[in-house]
Design a binder for this molecule. Structure first.
Ligand SMILES: [Zn+2]
Ligand SMILES: [Zn+2]
Length: 572
């Protein structure tokens, strides 16, 4: 058990106590405990109570609860509160934009005990009439509920990837064959997954069904299953799962059909023919053969979305997609100077150790007080440390960057003189996220027009399945980046993956460079780079158009020229 699981249990306990209108001092002891645990860098699970008591801020009572949670996943007091609260009300605690006090009013005054009933109350305008609520709060709650409803039965790619490939490897081993493969949305690397789909080759499906049913975390839906298909769900994620079991000779055909989107399979590549029909003509031994027999170039699984890939395949004009190995450096990362977990030195050494040639550090800027953003004097300290490390680590290089907040009016939050001290600037929006499309687009374009802006960070601010981004007119934003020479980030954090891959092609058509940025807040965060690469590949991104696939010299040159141009504009 990790600290974050224990933190979650304590946080839930404090919310439940607030919900039950407990003594504020009692509640505070739990919120304090959360704060203490959040600061700890070492795992507490497994530590004996007497050792835990030595940690500052953790007393005897708390230490006992930590030990209990580490062993059982919960503690007696939390269980009591859970037992005294309807499950639907506990679920409501997860709704964004509404705290335990308001939920108490909804529960006690309106008698609403489930999210469904709450949505109905919003639709009947009952919430707005409740004391302390009003139309605006009602609207916020309603939108959050609709968003949660839509997110049910879905998971991030990064959350299900391991599970899917474990299942594949397990079956490969059990069946002594390598003809088992993950297909569908996961093989296409969609950012959000609704169905885990695997294709299994076997002459004898019955024992395969037996092996699948031997896995305790899978639950079969017998009505939807058949002799050649297992359908059901994975119980921890709740995600739908299917296994298609086919004779070995039909394996490639089935894998092909289980991978492409409907648009890809049924889209016409000639006047009368589509790939689905081609896949039924004969038994193939490779997917390349299927495309070849249709007179098409091979389409990588990521691109089989039914967009324009069939046309490109016909003209043999498919892009050569970016790979992990093409990346030469990692830009946009945080350190302990702002809200990162690892020090500048640790971030630099680990980046070099991973074989990269350069690192860009972009801690938060001064108005990001919530993330310990850097006031001017701390920037000077950081630059000094970077100079020292650069002498030590050469030819590896740390570029001096900043993630500058885009303020409400589209300006950046340092003076031009301060901005000029950086090698590059990532401009991002972090606050006042409630904007209509005109306001949001204007705000972004304002930042793009700033001559010091080098890269536009996570353009929509979305957190997949958690928070919708603000609406953005992508064409206008991309056109502005093309006009002002601004690079757009594909934020590789699996929750963000922003710029969305669906706009990559348009950006490329305008000659806009993209940068795969992990936005790492720890050395571990560098490993997210591959999710950004996957998204880039879905959008047809090539090495040539990826900024951090450039060599150290090219990147340094790009930064230098832009800075000279910006300072010249400033002087004139
Ligand atoms: Zn950011
Ligand atoms: Zn960041």
């Amino acid at each position: 058990m990790e600290n974050k699981d224990i933190i979650r249990a304590f946080r839930l306990a404090s919310s439940l106590m607030e919900l039950h209108d407990e003594n504020p001092f009692k509640i505070r002891s739990y919120t304090n405990a959360v704060a203490v645990l959040e600061r700890l860098e070492t795992p507490v699970a497994g530590l004996p109570a007497d050792q835990l008591e030595q940690i500052e801020g953790i007393g005897k009572a708390l230490a006992a609860k930590i030990v209990e949670t580490a062993a059982t996943g919960s503690f007696a007091e939390l269980d009591q509160y859970l037992a005294a609260t309807p499950p639907g009300v506990v679920e409501m605690l997860r709704i964004k934009g509404i705290g335990p006090k308001k939920i108490r009013a909804i529960w006690k005054d309106l008698g609403v005990e489930t999210s469904e009933a709450l949505l109905e109350a919003c639709e009947k305008n009952e919430l707005a009439a409740l004391k302390g609520f009003g139309a605006k709060t009602q609207e916020t709650i309603k939108n959050a509920l609709l968003y949660n409803q839509e997110s049910k039965g879905k998971a991030l790619y990064a959350e299900v990837e391991t599970l899917a490939y474990h299942l594949r490897d397990f079956l490969r081993e059990k069946l002594q064959t390598d003809q088992v493969e993950v297909a569908g949305e996961i093989r296409r690397r969609l950012e959000i997954i609704q169905l885990i789909s695997l294709v299994v080759a076997s002459a004898d499906p019955e024992p395969v069904q037996g092996i699948i049913n031997s896995l305790p975390e899978l639950e079969q839906d017998e009505i939807k299953s058949g002799p050649f298909s297992w359908r059901g769900r994975e119980t921890t994620s709740g995600l739908a799962l299917e296994f298609r079991i086919v004779p070995p000779a039909a394996y490639i055909n089935e894998l092909f059909r289980a991978t492409g989107s409907e648009g890809h399979l049924t889209g016409l590549f000639s006047n009368t023919d589509c790939l689905l029909l081609v896949s039924r003509k004969e038994k193939y031994t490779s997917e390349e053969d299927i495309y070849a027999s249709a007179g098409l170039a091979y389409v990588q699984p990521e691109m089989r979305e039914g967009r324009n890939e069939l046309l490109l395949a016909k003209e043999n004009a498919l892009p050569k997609l970016l790979t992990d190995d093409d990346l030469r450096g990692i830009l946009h990362n945080h350190t302990t100077y702002s809200d990162g977990v690892n020090t500048l030195e640790q971030m630099a050494f680990y980046c070099r150790e991973k074989g990269y040639d350069y690192l860009g550090i972009c801690d938060h800027s001064k108005s990001a007080f919530y993330a310990n953003g850097l006031p001017e004097f701390r920037i000077r300290d950081q630059h000094k440390e970077m100079d020292k490390l650069n002498r030590q680590l050469a030819p590896f290089r740390i570029f001096k960057g900043i993630e500058s907040d885009i303020l409400a009016d589209g300006s950046l939050d340092y003076s031009d003189e301060v901005l000029a001290t950086f090698d590059f600037v990532v401009a991002s929006i972090h606050s006042n996220l409630k904007m209509d499309v005109v306001k949001a687009t204007d705000r972004l374009v304002g930042a793009i027009q700033n001559p010091f802006t080098t890269i536009l960070g996570h353009p929509t601010g979305r957190l997949l399945l958690r928070r919708e981004g603000y609406p953005v007119d992508f064409k206008t934003v991309i056109d502005a980046c093309a006009e002002y020479g601004v690079i757009i980030e594909i934020n590789a954090n699996p929750w963000r993956l922003d710029l969305d891959w669906r706009f990559v092609e348009y950006a490329l058509s305008k000659g806009v460079l993209l940068s795969i940025n992990p936005d790492a807040h720890s050395t571990e965060g560098y490993h997210d780079m591959r999710y950004g690469v996957l998204m880039g590949r879905k959008g047809g991104l090539t090495r040539e158009m990826t900024f951090n696939a450039f060599s150290l010299e090219q990147v340094a040159d790009h930064f230098e020229k832009r800075k000279q141009r910006a300072t010249a504009m400033l002087a004139s």
